[in-house]
Design a binder for this molecule. Sequence first.
Ligand code: NAG
Ligand code: NAG
Ligand code: NAG
Ligand code: NAG
Ligand code: NAG
Ligand code: NAG
Ligand code: NAG
Ligand code: NAG
Ligand code: NAG
Length: 363
Amino acid sequence: MLLRQPIVLLFAILSIPASVLSRKGSSDSSSDSGSDSGSDSGTSSDDSSSSGGTYVCSDDHKLTTTGLQPFYYSNYTLVAGNPGAYTEWNGLYFQGEASFDYVIRDLPTNNTYLGTNCPKDHRTIRMLGIAWVGPRTPTPSNLHNPFTLGFQAWQSDNTIANITYSYSSCDTDVNLVQLKTTVDWREYVHETNKDVEGAIDAVVLNVTQAGNNDHEVQFEGLYDISSLRSTQTVFASDGTHNDQIHIPAETCSMMGDILIGWPSGTKINGTMTNNTLTLSILGTTIAGFGDLYGSRDEQVNVTFSIVFTGTYDSANSSQVLQVGVSNQSLVSFEKATGGAIAWAPPQRLLILSLVIAIEMIFI
Ligand SMILES: *[C@@H]1O[C@H](CO)[C@@H](O)[C@H](O)[C@H]1NC(C)=O
Ligand SMILES: *[C@@H]1O[C@H](CO)[C@@H](O)[C@H](O)[C@H]1NC(C)=O
Ligand SMILES: *[C@@H]1O[C@H](CO)[C@@H](O)[C@H](O)[C@H]1NC(C)=O
Ligand SMILES: *[C@@H]1O[C@H](CO)[C@@H](O)[C@H](O)[C@H]1NC(C)=O
Ligand SMILES: *[C@@H]1O[C@H](CO)[C@@H](O)[C@H](O)[C@H]1NC(C)=O
Ligand SMILES: *[C@@H]1O[C@H](CO)[C@@H](O)[C@H](O)[C@H]1NC(C)=O
Ligand SMILES: *[C@@H]1O[C@H](CO)[C@@H](O)[C@H](O)[C@H]1NC(C)=O
Ligand SMILES: *[C@@H]1O[C@H](CO)[C@@H](O)[C@H](O)[C@H]1NC(C)=O
Ligand SMILES: CC(=O)N[C@H]1CO[C@H](CO)[C@@H](O)[C@@H]1O
């Protein structure tokens, strides 16, 4: 088990590695500064500094979107020796505004469980968000969704025009919502002494033409990873890892974040044209609390609804979406004539994930 965890964690920590570490350690500890300087290695964005042993993070406001794609996409989007090169698997991005509505209800208390200090009325958090949509890759062959959707959103009062600036690179838990409709993992199998890769469509999407508009599709599905074994659900389960929904710590005084995770049965639906994506996420769960000092015993009933409306981000997308044009499928992807280059050189990520994985082994 001890040996297995770091290997299994390899993909999970890939995109926001610091959040995994930060929930387990204390925020000002050296492990935090270690992971942050690790995540910035090889770039010019390392604004962090140490003064008198205190770690100081100065925010470079760089939007990190590497957690939007399953890891195996790098097999298809990374061209050896030419990392920025166009490939037919790059997909495209939408950016926009989102709202996170929730109601928290205390469970009946007993002698061991005290009440919480959570607001009991309906609350809304305003967010900015980014979605990525890419074509299904030829492998893994057990996947059936015609496209993969990734989404992340973070609390912000900023305008959409200021979306890049609005992203706090110092906040290790910046994304309140992070979704991938396909989750993947790498697992060590004792019997064969080998790492095995796997992936499932966490949301099996039903994609249909929207009403009478043949340039719009609608999609819907339920988030369900209940078929995964516990070592695999680390990627999208309890809210302590990469794909997650959580409500920020300040909501219920002294209780920490409300860790919603991705409850099986959460409803995902939306519409898509070549210019607009709308996305709804609707669910309810019994959630626990977690913070830098560990998780707590108290639990609450949370009902949540997240709604996003995004517009095609031509500046950062190398593809455009064709909806209802092809007779093969309702959705297809074409090279953008504007020709933006791909984001995030994947080699750096791979090196980073290995560094973090090695760090985790020694924690
Ligand atoms: C009551 O306490 C027990 C532990 O003694 C716990 O298992 C149970 O979940 C608690 N019930 C509620 C509603 O909090
Ligand atoms: C990605 O590439 C690696 C190394 O070549 C291979 O082992 C793995 O099966 C590939 N994964 C997919 C999903 O194609
Ligand atoms: C972007 O947001 C920051 C912080 O809120 C603000 O200082 C800056 O003026 C904003 N820039 C624009 C172009 O709105
Ligand atoms: C897919 O969605 C369409 C339109 O909403 C619906 O008629 C159909 O029954 C759905 N199919 C499945 C398998 O859920
Ligand atoms: C999702 O489905 C609900 C009905 O179940 C509908 O009211 C809502 O508008 C849909 N959301 C989007 C983004 O299409
Ligand atoms: C989207 O499709 C419309 C026609 O339906 C076209 O006029 C427009 O240029 C397309 N937009 C993009 C970003 O490809
Ligand atoms: C939370 O409470 C609401 C309202 O009582 C209820 O409809 C919902 O099923 C509860 N959620 C869970 C996961 O028990
Ligand atoms: C429609 O299908 C036919 C036969 O498969 C193919 O030749 C044609 O190119 C397709 N049209 C489009 C727009 O994809
Ligand atoms: C995440 C990302 O790379 N965003 C970029 C999108 O394009 C604008 C304009 O070129 C850049 O400023 C952003 O950094």
